[in-house]
Design a binder for this molecule. Structure first.
Ligand SMILES: Cc1cc2nc3c(=O)[nH]c(=O)nc-3n(C[C@H](O)[C@H](O)[C@H](O)COP(=O)(O)OP(=O)(O)OC[C@H]3O[C@@H](n4cnc5c(N)ncnc54)[C@H](O)[C@@H]3O)c2cc1C
Length: 607
């Protein structure tokens, strides 16, 4: 059942204050109806036919909104009503930039606004969760969970032939809620990107979803065979919309958890406080064996825990918040992928999505093609990724420099995580991702009537760690988001080297055919190591892959949740979202979020 607290406030208040069925024993309140929250809610409600699952989501539905549904429009949500509008604090190691960290305020959360890339990490990435001390959180189990979320749609023969798509069905799920597909349109420049990668000696990976993601490959999108976006709302919730024991509330803003004491010196949550759009606050209560599950995402989950008195006592006391539980790991270990963008101009006659803004006829044609047949440019978000190990990006001499740089552990990362990342570098696990955006996305002023592409270069395993903490007692103030990017010398050095390597793609024969030789951004004046490093510091972005702020780690290693996802020291509070990932993976993170949801459901059902 779906209730909108904006249009049906009175009904909503009745539901909450009259303690409807969700207040039964063993009921679950899930805070946040995002990627993980709705996936988990569906699974839990299926298993507890007589118990209630209540999901509280601050945003609205994404249904029928082209900002959400049309693949090509991914990223257009930035600055709209479904964006939380986060930015970081000025980054001291990155020219004092405040970096955008937009995030989905909508049912489906990140899955409703992201770039639709459907990836999968290297085996070692998920195995490292277990190596860091959380038994059962390994590749084998997470891969199994990930496949439960997916239904692979093999590409139709004409498109497979035209673009050279390949897929290994055995490496995918076939009966999960999320449809994954290849788009029926790929821009020429993306096909050339495969050729350019091969020309530079990168391997073509025909099966990147089974634990080895190295090389250039066609990526699936979280997209239906009708070429609309899949979100956790559409995939997991809509099919059970009328289920009586799953109540999803939108415009339901959770302001804090109610906490009381529990046996054995623990604390428990008796429910949560929910603010309605009219400003009134109503408590939603859990009874006896009920639980509160935090799925508010890696930025809001630590904020809500701290506002409720769970976190580092020094931070709480400084704001006069009564300390219910001193748990210093809350809000720590924050990491995100760091990335830079290079921009190139296409030769006259070649077009990118920029043309949609200067060619009205083309725009209309493509819109009609999409509306009538769900074909054409608007079906496309991404097609090709290239994951490269350090050994591919760096020369022999640079590899020796890398070894020297990696002798020093940056202050903010744990010794365990540092050692695992060093091992991954040595073992040739991808460290850099190259991805083409089919439009201008950074650089000096854009010329009229010109099409560009941008190459995003991502550092997959950065060493710098930051934090997300409250700095006021108001839920309406964004927490202080400090990724602490480029604290580590290695992070700056490697991203600079990986970015400089990006220029090589545009020097290949394959690319020369379609690109203007003039590099637009940063421009060929940038040549020396110092210049590249300055470019990185001035322009570094985040990958929108925020993780780690309620880490799945032993408590004495700054952990927040145990392997059953219980917050240490609590009887009935769990976290199930990307804040639990203790280490970033070499992949875009929605598949990890879905895998966490599926695994969390299995764990919660059995504990
Ligand atoms: C712009 C962008 C592009 C991305 N591109 C990709 C990509 O192409 N491929 C990929 O794999 N990953 C991508 N990601 C990352 C991926 O989407 C996220 O890692 C993933 O969706 C996070 O899932 P989550 O469940 O942890 O959080 P979310 O999905 O963010 O869910 C959190 C939910 O909680 C709600 N909420 C927060 N606070 C409250 C509150 N106080 N009360 C009630 N509700 C609340 C939020 O509105 C949200 O719906 C991208 C992310 C973004 C933002």
């Amino acid at each position: 059942t779906l209730v909108d607290f904006d249009s049906s406030a009175e009904l909503g208040k009745q539901f909450l204050s009259q303690e409807f069925e969700y207040a039964h024993t063993h009921s679950k309140i899930i805070v946040g109806g995002g990627t993980t929250g709705l996936a988990l809610a569906r699974r839990l409600s299926a298993d507890f036919p007589n118990k209630q699952v209540l999901v509280l989501e601050a945003g609205r539905s994404g249904a029928d909104d082209p900002l959400v549904t049309v693949p090509q429009r991914s990223f257009s949500f930035i600055g709209t009503d479904i964006d939380w509008l986060y930015t970081t604090v000025p980054q001291v190691h990155a020219s004092n930039q405040s970096i955008n960290l937009s995030s989905g305020k909508v049912l489906g959360g990140g899955s409703a606004v992201n770039g639709l890339v459907w990836g999968r990490p290297a085996k070692e990435d998920w195995d490292d969760f277990e190596r860091l001390g959380s038994s059962g959180w390994n590749w084998e189990n997470l891969y199994g969970s990930a496949r439960k979320s997916e239904t692979l749609n093999v590409p139709a023969a004409p498109f497979a032939q035209e673009y050279g798509y390949s897929v290994e069905p055995a490496s995918h799920g076939h009966s999960g809620p999320v449809d994954t597909s290849f788009p029926p349109f790929v821009p020429l420049q993306h096909l050339k990107f495969i050729d350019a990668s091969l020309e530079l000696g990168h391997p073509l990976n025909l099966d990147p979803y089974a634990g080895n993601n190295t090389g250039a490959w066609f990526t699936l999108s979280s997209q239906t065979p009708r070429n609309t976006r899949e979100t956790s709302e559409f995939a997991y919730f809509d099919p059970v919309l009328h289920s009586e024991n799953l109540l999803v509330c939108m415009h339901a803003f959770v302001t804090k958890l109610d906490i009381s004491s529990a046996p054995n010196g623990q604390i428990k949550s008796t429910g949560v406080e929910v603010r309605f759009p009219d400003g009134s606050i109503v408590s939603a209560k859990v009874k006896s064996h009920g639980e509160v599950i935090m799925s508010a995402g890696a930025i809001r989950t630590p904020q809500l825990l701290e506002l409720s008195g769970i976190g580092n006592k020094d931070i709480l006391q400084a704001l006069n918040i009564p300390v219910k539980l001193d748990l210093p790991g809350v809000g720590e270990n924050f990491e995100d992928h760091t990335l830079t963008i290079m921009t190139y101009k296409l030769k006259p006659g070649f077009l990118s999505f920029d043309a949609l803004s200067y060619n009205a006829t083309l725009k209309q044609e493509q819109q009609e093609l999409y509306d009538r047949k769900r074909l054409g440019w608007l079906t496309f978000a991404q097609a090709v990724l290239n994951f490269a190990p350090a050994q591919t990006v760096l020369s022999q001499e640079e590899l020796e420099m890398a070894e020297a740089l990696l002798q020093t552990k940056p202050d903010s990362i744990s010794q365990d995580a540092f050692d695992l990342i060093k091992q991954k570098i040595t073992d040739g696990i991808p460290q850099a991702e190259y991805l083409l955006f089919n439009a201008f996305s950074g650089g000096p002023v854009k010329e009229n009537m010109t099409s560009y592409v941008s190459l995003a270069i991502t550092h997959l395993h950065p060493l710098s760690r930051g934090s997300i903490h409250i700095n006021t007692t108001s839920i309406d103030d964004h927490p202080k988001i400090d990724p602490n990017v480029l604290e580590s010398e290695w992070d700056t050095w490697f991203l600079a080297k990986a970015t400089a390597y990006g220029r090589r793609f545009f020097e290949t024969e394959s690319f020369k055919e379609i690109f203007d030789s003039e590099e637009v951004f940063p421009g060929l004046d940038t040549q020396t190591d110092e210049q590249w490093q300055q470019f990185i510091k001035d322009t570094v972005n985040l990958g929108y892959h925020t993780v780690g702020t309620a880490s799945l780690l032993p408590r004495d290693k700054n952990g927040v949740v145990d392997p059953n996802l219980k917050v240490y020291g609590t009887a009935n509070i769990r976290v199930a979202d990307n804040s639990i990932s203790p280490l970033l993976v070499s992949a875009h993170t929605q598949t990890t979020a879905y895998a966490i949801a599926e695994r969390a459901a299995d764990i919660i059902k059995s504990t």
